[in-house]
Design a protein around this ligand. Structure first.
Ligand SMILES: Nc1ncnc2c1ncn2[C@@H]1O[C@H](COP(=O)(O)OP(=O)(O)OP(=O)(O)O)[C@@H](O)[C@H]1O
Length: 745
C-alpha cells in the first residue's frame, strides 16, 4: 500500500481487547505524542515496545486512529518499562506492588531471571517457592506463544490464525507446521488445503510428500461431499488428484492404499463401479441401511386389528372423510416399523399426520414429532397442536470443545429416545449423517414415520436419503397424489403439481395467486422487482415489503444472483441515512434495518425476548441456518450488531461473528428449502442448464403461501419445466438397503 507508515512506541494502555480474535484498541506512547492504534494485536501488554506498520484512518466518532497492518514486538528494555509490563496483568498473580519489588531486586535482569532462574524469585518478599514456579511456568508458556506467532508470521499466517493454531497445538505448533502443515487443514477451522499447501511450500515440503498427496485426496473428497455426494468414482478421484497435485498416478494409488489402511477412506466395488468414500459417509450409509431394515422388520401386528373401525370412528369425530390413499397411510402407520408418506402440496399430509397422532395417542402411545430445521419444526407444531422440535434438539446436541466445532448427540445407542412412534416431517431435507445419528437413537421396537415431498430438492448435506429409501423398495411407502378441493383453488398448488408432472404452469388467471411478468432484458427484470417490492405489491396486497416478500433466485452470482440483488434491494428498501449506522464486514455492508439471515447453525449464541416495555421475559440459546431477522442496532464501541429474529428473539453478534450473517432480501432457492413465505418473487431469465431444472422451479414455487410472481422469460420458464434432468448425486443408500434386505430375507 502507498500510504503505509511505520511508528514505534511503548504500549501505555489496552483500551479494548477481543480475546477471541485479538482485535485490540490501545494507546501507544510514541516519541512525542500518544497514538490510538486499532487492529489485530496478539498478547500485547503495557510496557512492551512495538514497531507498527499501518496507516492513519479517521473514525466517525473516535477521530484519528492508526490502523495496524503488521507489527513487531520487543520485550521492554528499561526498568520502568519492565515494571509497567509486569504490572499489567501479563502474569497472573503479579500486581503493581509485587512488580515493583521484583524489578527493584533484579533490575534490567528481571525478565531473564524469571525465564531462566525462576527459583531466585523466592528472594523477593511475598513470593513462595510455589508462586515462583507458577510465575516461571506462565512466562515460559507466553514465550512459546510469542515464538510460535513470530514463526507463523514468517510463513504469511495472519496473527488471528496464528492464535487459533497455537490454541490447537500449544508447544507443538512449530514442529507440526514444519513437518506436516496439512494437519492444519484438518484441525483448524478456516484453513483449507490450498492455504496449508502454500505453507508447506514455504517450509520446503516437496510436491511428492505423502502428507501432501493424502491431504489433497481428502480435500477433493470433501469438496465432492459438499456438493451432496457420499462417494466418488475411483477413476474420477484419481484424475482429479492428478490435476490438483501434479503428481504421478502411482503416487496417488499408493496414497489411497495408505488412507485405506488408516481408515480415513473406504474403497468398495459396487456392481460395476469402484467407489471411494470418506469413512464417515460410508459408515453412515451402512449403519443407516442396517438400522432401517432392522426397524422395518419390527411390525406392530396388534395395532392393525380393528383399524378400519377405529378410522371410521375418527372420521365421524373429526368430520372428515379420508381419501383412500390417506386411509392407507393411516393404516400402515399403525403397524409398520418404518413408513414413508410422500406427497406434493395440498395432498393432505398434515391431515394424515393429525389422524395418525390421534389414533396412536388414543391407545396411550408416546409420539414424538421432529423436523430437520427450526422453521419446519415450528410449522409442524402449529399444524398438529403438539410440540415438535428440531432433530438436533431431539437428539440433545452438545459440544465437546470450546469453539463448538465438535458436536455430539447425547441421545444415541446407549441412551435412546423414549417413544413408541417418532414422526419426522420434511424428511427430504435430512442428509445421511443426520439420518444416521437419528437412527442410532431409535431403540428397537420404536416405530418411525417419515413424511415429506420427494420431489423437493434433496438435502443440502450429502446423501439422497428420502429418494434412496423410496427407490430401494425395501421400505413401505404411501404416496398421496390427490389434491384436495380447498387446495385446488390455489393456482400455486395446481401449478406446482403441473410443473412436477412436466406441464407448463397456467399464468395470470384472474383473481388467482400465480403471476408472470415478461421481461426480456436482465436490467428490466431488476427494475420490475424493485417496483414490485417497493410499490406494487404493498399497494396490491397490503404486505410489508421487507417481512412478507422474499426474492428467491436460482444462483449466487451474476446480476440476478443473490449477491447483486441484495445490494440493489438494500438500496431500494433500506437506503443509507444519517440515522442508520452501518458496518462493513468483508464484502458485505450491513445497515440498521436490513433483512438478514443466519447462514450456519449456532447452537450456543444467546437470545433474549423482551416485552413491549423492554423487560426481558425469556431467554435461551441457538440461532439456526435459515433463520431470518432484521438488524436493530449496530454499536461500534461495543463491536456488536443486534438482530431481531422473527419479531421476537434479540441476538447480539460480536463483529467477529458477522460471517454467520448474510443480507437476505434475496436468497437462493436452495437456501429456501423448508421455509415458507407469504409472497415469493422468482427472477427467471437465464442460467446454466445443469441448475435450471424442474426440481428447482418446483421447490421455489412451493415456498409461497399466498402469491407467486415470476419475472423474466417465459421460454426459460418452459425450459426449466422441460428439463427433468436432476443433478446426479453419487450415493449408495438404496444399493445398501437392497443388499441388506436380500441377506436378511
Ligand atoms: N380427506 C380430506 N377431505 C377433504 N379435505 C381434505 C382432506 N385432507 C386434507 N384436506 C384439505 O386439503 C388441504 C390440504 O391438506 P393438508 O394441509 O393436510 O395437506 P399438506 O399435504 O400438508 O399440504 P402442504 O404441504 O401444502 O402443507 C387442507 O385445506 C385440508 O383441510
Amino acid at each position: 500500500m502507498d500510504n503505509q507508515i511505520i511508528i514505534e512506541g511503548t504500549i501505555e494502555d489496552i483500551i479494548f481487547r477481543n480475546e477471541e480474535n485479538g482485535y485490540t484498541v490501545c494507546s501507544i506512547q510514541a516519541k512525542d505524542e500518544e497514538i490510538v492504534c486499532v487492529g489485530t494485536l496478539l498478547e500485547a501488554y503495557p510496557g512492551e515496545t512495538l514497531k507498527i506498520i499501518g496507516s492513519w484512518v479517521t473514525h466517525p466518532i473516535y477521530g484519528n486512529q492508526f490502523q495496524i497492518d503488521t507489527y513487531e514486538k520487543t520485550i521492554p528494555k528499561t526498568e520502568d518499562g519492565i515494571e509497567k509490563y509486569l504490572s499489567s496483568g501479563v502474569i497472573k498473580g503479579i500486581g503493581p506492588a509485587l512488580a515493583r519489588r521484583i524489578v527493584e531486586k533484579f533490575g534490567l535482569d528481571t525478565l531473564r531471571v524469571i525465564e531462566e532462574e525462576w527459583e531466585r524469585l523466592e528472594e523477593v518478599k511475598g513470593i513462595s517457592r510455589q508462586k515462583a514456579l507458577q510465575i516461571g511456568e506462565i512466562f515460559h508458556e507466553q514465550r512459546e506463544l510469542r515464538r510460535a506467532i513470530l514463526f507463523l508470521q514468517d510463513y504469511g499466517i495472519s496473527p488471528s490464525y496464528a492464535l487459533k493454531i497455537y490454541k490447537q497445538y500449544g508447544e507443538g505448533t512449530i514442529e507440526i507446521v514444519k513437518s506436516n502443515p496439512y494437519r492444519l487443514a484438518e484441525d483448524i477451522f478456516g484453513i483449507g488445503f490450498k492455504m496449508a499447501d502454500q505453507i508447506a511450500e514455504t517450509v520446503g515440503i516437496g510436491e511428492d510428500s505423502p502428507h501432501r498427496i493424502k491431504a489433497g485426496i481428502k480435500f477433493i473428497l470433501n469438496q465432492y461431499s459438499n456438493n451432496g455426494h457420499t462417494y466418488m468414482l475411483r477413476e474420477h478421484l484419481i484424475q482429479a488428484a492428478h490435476e490438483l497435485l501434479g503428481v504421478s498416478y502411482e503416487l496417488i494409488e499408493n496414497a489411497l492404499i495408505e488412507l485405506q489402511v488408516y481408515k480415513q477412506i473406504w474403497q468398495e466395488k459396487m456392481e460395476d463401479i469402484e467407489a471411494v468414500y470418506l469413512t464417515p459417509f460410508y459408515y453412515a450409509e451402512m449403519n443407516t441401511a442396517r438400522r432401517l431394515i432392522d426397524l422395518a422388520m419390527m411390525k406392530d401386528e396388534v395395532q392393525s386389528k380393528g383399524i378400519e373401525k377405529r378410522i371410521d370412528r375418527l372420521e365421524k369425530e373429526k368430520r372428515i372423510k379420508l381419501a383412500p390413499e390417506q386411509r392407507q397411510a393411516v393404516k400402515e402407520a399403525m403397524s409398520e416399523g418404518v413408513l414413508i408418506i410422500t406427497g406434493g402440496p395440498g395432498t393432505g399430509k398434515t391431515t394424515t399426520i393429525n389422524s395418525i397422532i390421534s389414533l396412536l395417542e388414543e391407545e396411550g402411545y408416546d409420539v414424538i414429532l421432529a423436523a430437520p430445521t427450526g422453521r419446519a419444526a415450528k410449522r409442524m407444531s402449529e399444524a398438529t397442536g403438539k410440540e415438535a422440535s428440531t432433530i438436533h434438539r431431539l437428539l440433545e446436541i452438545t459440544f465437546l470443545e470450546e469453539d463448538n466445532k465438535k458436536q455430539v448427540f447425547e441421545r444415541n445407542e446407549e441412551r435412546p429416545l423414549e417413544a413408541d412412534v417418532i414422526i419426522i416431517d420434511e424428511v427430504s431435507m435430512v442428509d445421511i449423517l443426520l439420518m444416521n445419528s437419528l437412527l442410532k437413537a431409535v431403540a428397537p421396537g420404536t416405530r418411525l414415520i417419515f413424511v415429506g415431498d420427494v420431489d423437493q430438492l434433496p438435502s443440502v448435506g450429502p446423501g439422497n436419503v428420502l429418494k434412496d429409501m423410496i427407490r430401494s423398495e425395501t421400505i413401505k411407502v404411501v404416496r398421496l397424489t390427490e389434491v384436495f378441493r380447498q387446495a385446488r383453488e390455489s393456482a400455486i398448488v395446481m401449478n406446482a403439481h403441473r410443473i412436477n408432472k412436466g406441464e407448463y404452469p397456467v399464468l395470470n388467471e384472474k383473481d388467482k395467486d400465480f403471476f408472470f411478468m415478461k421481461r426480456s432484458i436482465q436490467d428490466e427484470v431488476i427494475e420490475t422487482i424493485k417496483q414490485l417490492v417497493k410499490k406494487r405489491l404493498p399497494a396490491f396486497t397490503d404486505c410489508d415489503s421487507i417481512k412478507d416478500i422474499q426474492i428467491l433466485t436460482p444462483m449466487r452470482k451474476g446480476s440476478l444472483g443473490v449477491e447483486s440483488l441484495n445490494t440493489v434491494l438494500q438500496q431500494t428498501l433500506n437506503p443509507p441515512s444519517k440515522k442508520k449506522r452501518e458496518k462493513e464486514y468483508r464484502m458485505t455492508l450491513f445497515r440498521e434495518g436490513d433483512k438478514v439471515m443466519q447462514i450456519k447453525n449456532n447452537y450456543n449464541i444467546p437470545w433474549k425476548i423482551y416485552n413491549d416495555i423492554g423487560m426481558r421475559i425469556d431467554e435461551g440459546v441457538g440461532v439456526f441456518n435459515g433463520d431470518a431477522g432484521n438488524i436493530q442496532e449496530i454499536d461500534e464501541e461495543a463491536q456488536t450488531l443486534t438482530v431481531l429474529f422473527d419479531d421476537l428473539k434479540t441476538v447480539e453478534y460480536d463483529f467477529s461473528q458477522l460471517d454467520e450473517l448474510e443480507l437476505a432480501y434475496a436468497v437462493t432457492i436452495h437456501k429456501s428449502q423448508g421455509s415458507e413465505y407469504p409472497i415469493v418473487i422468482i427472477p427467471i431469465h437465464s442460467g446454466p442448464p445443469m441448475l435450471m431444472n424442474r426440481n428447482l422451479l418446483y421447490t421455489a414455487v412451493t415456498r409461497a403461501k399466498k402469491l407467486v410472481v415470476i419475472v423474466g422469460l417465459e421460454s426459460t420458464l418452459h425450459r426449466m419445466v422441460d428439463n427433468n434432468r436432476e443433478i446426479n448425486r453419487y450415493s449408495s443408500l438404496a444399493y445398501r438397503l437392497r443388499k441388506i434386505k436380500e441377506l436378511t430375507s
